[in-house]
Design a protein around this ligand. Structure first.
Ligand SMILES: Cc1ncc(COP(=O)(O)O)c(C=O)c1O
Length: 484
């Protein structure tokens, strides 16, 4: 870390606008973050196009994250005593069942949930929201959904229920007053026509924009609707608090994924009120989630979380999330937020000064991701160059947030129709895309510096410099290195 210390000192001298971390940035990383990850993952080397082996810089953390090392050890240990959950009387079964059930309490506490909420496991956020949407579809009323959602918080509702879409501002930000207008317009209609649930992201996957979810929750409750927040891009970065049930700003439902919070073991979580789940018929049924079936096929049900936990669960996934939570709590969520913010702000302030670079951050909503473009370049080519020439992983694409990206790229209705026509004929090349650098707690100032240097160089070199070495697939738009 000596290089990093020197770099940090140099950069602090260079700019008085650098964020001030309450404690020494390098020592926080060195002493507390670094030991949480294996050297193999932190120092993973990749071969670049010129044949060099260099340390990989992972700036694609909005997609998924590297597991905590101690979590790997913990899961390995738990596998030694692994047994059937809720179904056996042997010791291994008792140990695994105890740990599995205990993970629910850890999760509940982590999100400040009341004891009146169930913790339902799914394989990821997508499955958690599909589960919730299936149950909500049986209740009368409409779902209010924003137009900046990831498709995982849009399609499960759209395909099962009647949806009212809230159109955000041109930059994707939310006007609470406009949401209220929608509630008002539905307020005095028959129950089937009223808004029963509002669902919105806690943080945008593409810009990091954080809608004011607590204010929106208070509004939803005023109009007798429930509030669902997809917090899978928020919870690993900052505190999410569902709050007490009698707090008007409380979140009724939240969903998130273990793999985005350093626990990639195949589990996601849905939390919501007991009374909602107990009054809903489980959306998947079979072994383990009901106590009895009569000879006449009458099904007796549980009125516990088990009713919504069909089959043999992914116990290791649940245990892994709980362990990740304990590690995050020990590190301190506020310190994580401050540390990550320092890195993002450091990168953002430099990136936007590079000639030819356009950063797409609405207002001053800088969060944990930086979406940007370089003039004249297809974003997917930039991502490919970053990987092939600089050993830096980012992502370029539409990020499953098609309307938000249309807004950011000013795509007209005519262009939208043309793209759709092309997609129908198999051409996906012209779907708008953007480049996203997304940060996690294991990133360092050195990573940021390498990234900024790489982007400056790419922008300076210009497109023509790269075209002899890269080719684009006419149909998919994917870029690859030309073998010579
Ligand atoms: C805001 C948001 N919601 C939902 C999802 C889907 O998450 P998962 O792939 O874990 O189901 C993502 C994935 O990136 C996301 O960013």
């Amino acid at each position: 870390m000596t290089e990093l210390l020197a770099l940090g000192a140099k950069q602090k001298q260079e700019s008085t606008q650098l964020p001030l971390f309450a404690e020494n940035l390098d020592s926080f990383w060195d002493k507390e973050i670094r030991p949480l990850f294996t050297d193999e993952s932190l120092c993973f080397k990749v071969k670049t196009r010129n044949g060099n082996h260099i340390k990989y810089v992972n700036l694609d953390n909005g997609a998924t994250t590297t597991p905590f090392a101690t979590l790997k050890q913990h899961v390995d240990e738990m596998l030694d005593t692994y047994g059937s959950v809720h179904r056996g009387s042997g010791q291994k079964s008792i140990i695994t069942t105890r740990e599995y059930d205990a993970s629910r309490d850890v999760i509940r506490e982590f999100v400040g949930s009341s004891s009146q909420n169930y913790v339902i496991f799914a394989k990821n956020t997508t499955e958690a929201i599909n589960g919730a949407a299936t149950l909500w579809a049986k209740k009368p009323g409409k779902i209010l959904v924003s137009d900046i959602e990831h498709s995982s918080n849009l399609l499960p509702w759209v395909t099962r229920d009647e949806v009212v879409q809230y159109r955000t501002q041109p930059d994707g930000s939310v006007s609470v007053a406009e949401i209220e207008d929608i509630f008002k317009a539905h307020e005095n209609r028959p129950e089937a026509e009223r808004i029963k649930l509002l669902t919105i992201t806690g943080a945008s996957t593409i810009t990091g924009y954080r809608p004011p979810i607590y204010e929106i929750a208070a509004l939803a409750h005023r109009y007798r609707a429930k509030m669902f927040a997809d917090v899978c891009q928020l919870i690993q970065h900052e505190r999410v608090d569902m709050r007490a049930d009698d707090d008007p700003c409380h979140l009724d439902f939240v969903a998130f994924s273990g793999h985005k919070m350093y626990a990639p073991y195949g589990t996601g979580v849905l939390l919501g009120p007991k009374e909602f789940f107990d009054s809903s018929y489980p959306y998947q049924i079979g072994g383990g989630n009901l106590p009895y079936i009569t000879r006449n096929l009458e099904i007796k049900r549980f009125y516990t979380e088990r009713a919504h936990d069909p089959g043999t669960p992914n116990a290791m996934g649940a245990i892994a999330i709980a362990k990740a939570i304990q590690i995050i709590e020990a590190l301190g969520r506020d310190r994580i937020a401050e540390y990550e913010h320092s890195l993002v702000e450091f990168t953002y302030t430099r990136l936007k000064l590079i000639p030819g670079v356009k950063v797409h951050i609405p207002g001053d909503n800088l969060a944990h991701v930086i979406p940007f473009d370089i003039n004249g370049f297809d974003g997917r080519l930039v991502a490919e160059i970053l990987a092939q020439e600089y050993g830096i992983g980012v992502r370029a694409g539409a990020f499953c947030t098609y309307e938000y990206i249309r807004k950011l790229k000013n795509i007209s209705d005519e262009q939208d129709c043309e793209i759709a026509k092309q997609v129908e004929s198999g051409i996906t090349r012209n779907i708008p895309s953007i480049i996203r650098a997304s940060f996690a707690v294991y990133n360092t100032l050195e990573d940021c510096d390498r990234f900024i240097d790489a982007i400056s160089e790419i922008a300076r070199n210009g497109l023509d410099h790269y075209l002899p070495n890269y080719k684009q697939d006419e149909t998919t738009g994917v870029w690859s290195v030309i073998d010579k």
